[in-house]
Design a protein around this ligand. Structure first.
Ligand SMILES: Nc1ncnc2c1ncn2[C@@H]1O[C@H](COP(=O)(O)OP(=O)(O)OP(=O)(O)O)[C@@H](O)[C@H]1O
Length: 247
């Protein structure tokens, strides 16, 4: 018997503003998929549909064998890190992460030590009592990652999570994400604009253009492809630097 896909979008349709999106794809458990494409193509929309912050007008979304199309985000077994505004401004960092473990904050000593351990792992040990506004944008993003990591949900949805961290720290956080993914066996969808990040982290690429999946392909060699006009336009001069034909 074949295993149910961890993520299944079946003819999922969604429209907002000028965007008319339609997505169909499947992902195996434990896979890491990088989602790339031009600004406004619908990448965040796809993540929000998976998370349950948006509801499709047609189609079905399955997560780990369960139809979640009409379920609230909290009932889906997903963790999402947004591009920004991930934290509750009026609560300290430790509490923000603790809420990821239990929204009612009924945490025992072991749970709080998991919170502190997660802070250590994102390089923010000792930041627990600080308020979000006293942290830099990159530090706040690392708190959001720590919260997603402690939740250990089977599906991890990341919307440009390493943006603004600088190359060294972004690479460290990417490694940490992959480590935790392996520990939990989570399936990851990760929006990124960085082909190197996608190549380093992902097994597969979903390339989105104008609300459609223009390519669903293995990550290996993807950015050297010359048969996808949307990809060439997206990479721009970068494609030429990567050894593609120059005029
Ligand atoms: N609430 C809204 N009202 C109107 N249009 C919206 C709304 N939310 C999103 N859109 C439009 O849907 C399109 C897709 O947005 P989305 O955020 O999914 O793009 P994206 O591919 O993630 O872009 P980026 O790389 O810039 O983050 C955009 O054109 C956006 O303007």
């Amino acid at each position: 018997m074949t295993q149910e896909p961890a993520i299944a979008f079946e003819d999922v349709a969604f429209g907002i503003g000028d965007l008319s999106a339609a997505f169909s794809f499947e992902r195996a458990a434990g896979s890491v998929t990088a989602i790339l494409g031009p600004s406004g193509a619908g990448k965040s929309t796809l993540l929000n549909l998976a998370a349950g912050f948006l509801t499709p007008s047609a189609g079905r979304i399955g997560l780990n064998g369960k139809d979640v199309t009409r379920l609230a985000p909290s009932e889906r077994g997903v963790s999402m890190v947004f591009q920004d505004n991930n934290l509750f401004a009026h609560l300290d960092i430790r509490t923000n992460i603790g809420l990821g473990l239990d929204p009612a904050l009924r945490l025992d000593r072991t749970a709080w030590s998991q919170v502190d351990h997660a802070l250590d792992r994102v390089g923010l040990g000792g930041f627990g009592k600080r308020m979000p506004a006293t942290l830099s944008g990159g530090e706040q993003q690392r708190v959001a990652l720590a919260r997603a990591f402690v939740r250990r949900r089977p599906v991890l949805l990341l919307d440009e999570p390493f943006d603004g961290l600088g190359p060294g720290l972004a690479a460290d956080m990417l490694d940490l994400m992959l480590e935790i993914r392996a520990e939990v066996g989570a399936t990851v969808l990760m929006v990124t604009h960085d082909p190197d990040e996608a190549s380093a982290a992902a097994d597969q690429i979903l390339f989105i253009a104008r609300g459609r999946i223009a390519a669903d392909a293995p990550a290996a060699g993807f950015f050297d492809r010359a048969d996808l006009p949307d990809l060439l336009a997206y990479l721009g001069n970068g494609a030429k630097r990567r050894g593609g034909a120059t005029i």
